[in-house]
Design a protein around this ligand. Structure first.
Ligand code: DHB
Length: 391
């Protein structure tokens, strides 16, 4: 089978790319080894930057988001028992963030692409990427375990297969940059009404805590934990004790409820330089990872998809490859800014057991600076709502 763009991976990068291409009449096939149910049920990020939410609307996919999402015009930073409200809207000249979980975004993208006649193959097996950088790039796979081996040939391949995917290894001579943080996040989902009208990011001597939300009946909370810890070390009562201690503030109470999901993730910063090799272009987590503290990961994947779309669109319109040739450079400029911001939010808000007392005090000074200086607060807000896509 032939198509124009083979898209490996049905996450945010792959599905936004498929939509953008489809809208310009450029054909693609999206492949994923996961089933549609797995993709639609895996709980991941929760915050859309202002332009990402606008892109959902532009693609005609904003209706459910506009009905069900929470729009946040500010965030709260907390140190010890002191809270400071940052008015994002006022600091950025009218921008806000949208709290709408990634799996809901993916459900809307998949349903929209299906309705538009886009091609997606879920639950495929034996995906073989060996020919993705050939002059006629192709991917082989099976639709079912006992099905025949099929070949999908395209003009280009988009590697949107996540941090554990195979596409990155085909970028020859790439440089990889990485920082692994000596702590992780324990995340829970709770049946309870919201405790606060906006997100709270807290630095406490016991470690970081984040209060987020999912709906009027489900809340999302996180606490910093040890890097290699297992959820079995965290019975519900221990989690509540930590959350109560780290989020405590005068005249405020944390709303508790039944914990129905628990999980631990490690924190890591990672960048691949370059992101292209011949007809192969990688996007999203396949190329870079940010620690979750700045809520940038999903948005960065969508930005890559937009840049790749612009390059492909130029190529199919008039045969020029300038934008495609500048793809890595264009993406990486924005990637490094998001890496810087995510790293700075992470180091400012977590207690790193490998740092000495001087280093810990510097992070407290950082936090005091953003909560007492309008210039510093403006810089944080500008990054949090999302830097503009240039060009
Ligand atoms: C959520 C996750 C984040 O990493 C963050 O910075 C804010 C909110 C969330 O899952 O709701």
């Amino acid at each position: 089978t032939r198509t124009q763009v083979v898209i490996v991976g049905a996450g945010p990068a792959g599905l936004f790319l498929a939509h953008l291409l489809h809208r310009q009449g450029i054909e693609s096939v999206v492949l994923d080894t996961r089933t549609r149910e797995e993709i639609e049920q895996t709980i991941r990020a929760g915050v859309l930057e202002d332009w990402t939410a606008d892109l959902m609307r532009e693609l005609g996919l904003g209706a459910r988001m506009d009905r069900e999402a929470h729009f946040h015009t500010g965030i709260t930073l907390q140190h010890g028992q002191t809270r400071c409200h940052l008015d994002l809207m006022e600091l950025t000249g009218g921008k806000r963030v949208t709290v709408y979980p990634q799996h809901e975004v993916l459900r809307d993208l998949i349903a929209g692409l299906e309705a538009a006649g886009g091609q997606m193959l879920f639950g495929v097996r034996d995906v073989d990427l060996r020919e993705v950088t050939a002059a006629r790039p192709r991917v082989t796979f099976r639709r079912r375990e006992d099905g025949p081996l099929e070949t999908l040939e395209g003009d280009f391949v988009a590697g949107c297969d996540g941090s554990q995917g195979g596409s990155r290894q085909f970028i020859e001579g790439r440089t990889e940059y990485q920082k692994v943080y000596p702590f992780g996040w324990l995340g829970i989902l709770v049946e309870a009404p919201p405790s606060h009208h906006e997100l709270i990011y807290a630095r406490h001597e016991r470690g970081f805590a984040l209060l987020s939300t999912r709906s009027s009946t489900v809340q999302r909370l996180y606490i910093q934990c040890g890097a290699g810890e297992h959820v079995s070390a965290y019975p519900d009562e221990r989690i509540w004790q930590e959350l109560r201690a780290r989020l405590a503030a005068p005249d405020w109470q944390l709303t508790e409820g039944r914990i129905f999901q628990k999980g631990i993730v490690g924190l890591r910063s990672f960048v691949t330089d370059r992101m292209q090799q011949g007809p192969l272009f990688i996007a999203g987590d396949a190329a870079h990872i940010v620690p979750p503290t700045g809520a940038k990961g999903l948005n960065l994947a969508v930005a890559d998809a937009v840049y790749l779309f612009r390059g492909l669109e130029q190529f199919y319109r008039d045969g020029h490859r300038e934008r495609l040739e500048r793809y890595s450079e264009t993406c990486l400029r924005r990637v490094w800014r998001a890496e810087r911001f995510s790293w700075s939010m992470t180091t400012m808000l977590h207690v790193d057991p490998t740092e000495n007392a001087f280093e810990q005090r510097i992070h407290v000074a950082d936090l005091e600076y953003v909560t007492h200086s309008r210039a510093a607060a403006t810089a944080l807000a500008e990054n949090y709502v999302g830097l503009p896509l240039d060009g």
